[in-house]
Ligand binder design. Structure first.
Ligand code: NAD
Ligand code: UD1
Length: 338
C-alpha cells in the first residue's frame, strides 16, 4: 500500500512516516521544506532502513500538485500534514496562513478527486474547541470561534472536508484533532526543529535546561487549576504518529462509519505547566530555572481530551509515560547541540 504524506519532513509527519514504513507501507513525501529540512529523510532511513520517496513541492501550486498525483496516481491514501502552524505569526500574516493552509488542502482534494484517491487523514487541532465550558472535551463538544487565523484555518479546513465528503460519496476523510504534541523519537534521529525563540512550552523548557535561554517563564499561576498554572493534554509524538497509522488502516479496510469522521487525539490527562517542569526534572535530573510571569494573552486556562471515541473506534491509546516523553525531548535537544 502506498501513502502520500504531505509535510512529511516536518515534526509530526516525519514520525508518522517512520511508523508507516515500520508497518510495511510505502511512502512518498511532498514538502516544500519551508519549515523542515531534507535531513529528516536520512533520520527516517536510519530508523527504518528505508529511504522514503520525496519530492520538493509547494502544494499551493495547483499545477505542480496535479503533476505529482499524475506521476503517483496509484497512491492508496493521503495524509495531509502540510500547513503553517505558528499561532502568533498567523495574527500578523493572515493572508499567508489562509492562502497556504487552505489552498494546499483544496489542491490536494481536487487532485484526489481527479485521480480517484479516496482516503484522506487530516491534521486538525484541539484549538477548534477553544476554552470549553465542560472538560474533558469530547467530539461533541461545540467548536468555538477561532482566536487566530491559524486556528481559523483548522476550522475552515474541517468545514471544507465535511462539505467535500458530503457530495463526494466515494471519499473518506478522518480529521485527527491533536492536543499538544511533544517529545521526539527515542532514537534522537528525528524531532522538532527550533526556529528562532520558541513559543511552545517544551522547546523553551529544553533550551532553558540546556542553558540556551536563561529562564523559562511560567505564564500565570492564578488560573482556576490545582496549582494555578495552565493545564494541557500533552501527547507523545510517537503515540500521535501511531494514531495516523490506525486511521489509515480504518479507511483502507472500510471500517469507517461515516465518510467524514473526527477524533480527539490526546492522553485524556491534563498536566499543568508546573507539573511538566517537575516531571522534566525527575526524568532528566536537570533543574529548570523558571519564574512565574503574567498570563500570556490569548491562552486558555485548561483543556484535555476525552479519548473514548479514539480508544474504542480506532483501537488506539496513548501509552508513553510523560517522563519518557520529556526525556526524549531532552535527548533531542542535546542532539541538536552536538
Ligand atoms: P511542521 O511545520 O514541522 O510540519 C509541516 C510541514 O509542512 C513542514 O515540513 C513544511 O515545510 C510543510 N509545508 C508547509 N506548507 C507547505 C506547502 N505549501 N507545500 C508543501 N509543504 C508545506 O509542523 P508539525 O508540527 O509537524 O504539524 C503538522 C500538522 O499538524 C500541521 O497541519 C499543523 O497545523 C498540525 N498541528 C500541529 C500541532 C503541533 O503542536 N505541532 C498541533 C495541532 C495540529
Ligand atoms: C498553542 C496554540 C495551539 C497550537 C499549539 C501547538 C495558542 C493559544 N494555542 O497551544 O493552537 O496547536 O500551540 O503549536 O497559541 N507556556 C509557558 N511558558 C512558555 C510557553 C508556554 O508557561 O514559555 C505555557 C502556556 O501558557 C500553556 C502551556 O505552556 O499553558 C502550553 O503552551 P504551548 O506549548 O505554547 O501550547 P498551547 O498554548 O497549548
Amino acid at each position: 500500500m502506498k501513502i502520500f504524506v504531505t509535510g512529511g519532513t516536518g515534526y509530526i509527519g516525519s514520525h508518522t512516516v517512520v511508523e508507516l514504513q515500520r508497518e510495511g507501507f510505502e511512502v512518498v513525501i511532498a514538502d516544500n521544506l519551508c519549515n523542515s529540512r531534507a535531513e529528516a529523510l536520512e533520520g527516517i532511513r536510519q530508523i527504518t532502513g528505508v529511504m522514503p520517496g520525496f519530492e520538493r513541492l509547494d502544494l499551493t501550486d495547483a499545477g505542480a500538485t496535479r503533476d505529482f498525483f499524475a506521476r503517483h496516481g496509484e497512491v492508496d491514501a493521503v495524509i495531509h500534514f502540510a500547513a503553517l502552524k505558528a499561532v502568533g505569526e498567523s495574527v500578523h500574516k493572515p493572508l499567508e496562513y489562509y492562502s497556504n493552509n487552505l489552498n494546499s488542502l483544496m489542491n490536494v482534494l481536487a487532485s484526489m478527486r481527479e485521480f480517484g484517491v479516496r482516503h484522506l487523514v487530516f491534521s486538525s487541532s484541539c484549538t477548534v474547541y477553544g476554552q470549553a465550558e465542560r472538560l474533558p472535551v469530547t467530539e461533541s463538544t461545540p467548536r468555538r470561534e477561532a482566536e487566530s487565523p491559524y486556528g481559523n484555518t483548522k476550522m475552515m479546513s474541517e468545514d471544507i472536508l465535511r462539505d467535500f465528503a458530503r457530495v463526494e460519496g466515494e471519499m473518506n476523510v478522518i480529521a485527527l484533532r491533536y492536543f499538544n504534541p511533544i517529545g521526539a523519537h527515542p532514537s534522537s534521529l528525528i524531532g522538532e526543529l527550533p526556529t528562532g525563540v520558541p513559543n511552545n512550552l517544551i522547546p523553551y523548557l529544553t533550551q532553558t535546561a540546556a542553558g540556551i535561554r536563561p529562564e523559562l517563564s511560567v505564564f500565570g499561576d492564578d488560573y482556576d487549576t490545582p496549582d494555578g498554572s495552565a493545564v494541557r493534554d500533552y501527547i507523545d509524538v510517537v503515540d500521535l504518529a501511531k494514531a495516523h497509522v490506525v486511521a489509515i488502516r480504518r479507511l483502507l479496510e472500510g471500517r469507517n462509519r461515516q465518510n467524514f469522521e473526527f477524533f480527539n487525539i490526546g492522553t485524556g490527562r491534563g498536566l499543568s505547566v508546573l507539573e511538566i517542569i517537575r516531571a522534566f526534572e525527575r526524568a532528566t535530573g536537570v533543574k529548570v530555572n523558571f519564574r512565574v510571569t503574567p498570563r500570556r494573552a490569548g491562552d486558555i486556562e485548561k483543556v484535555w481530551a476525552d479519548t473514548t471515541l479514539a480508544n474504542h473506534e480506532l483501537g488506539w491509546k496513548a501509552v508513553v509515560p510523560i517522563e519518557e516523553t520529556l526525556l526524549n525531548a531532552w535527548n533531542w535537544q542535546k542532539h541538536l547541540m552536538q
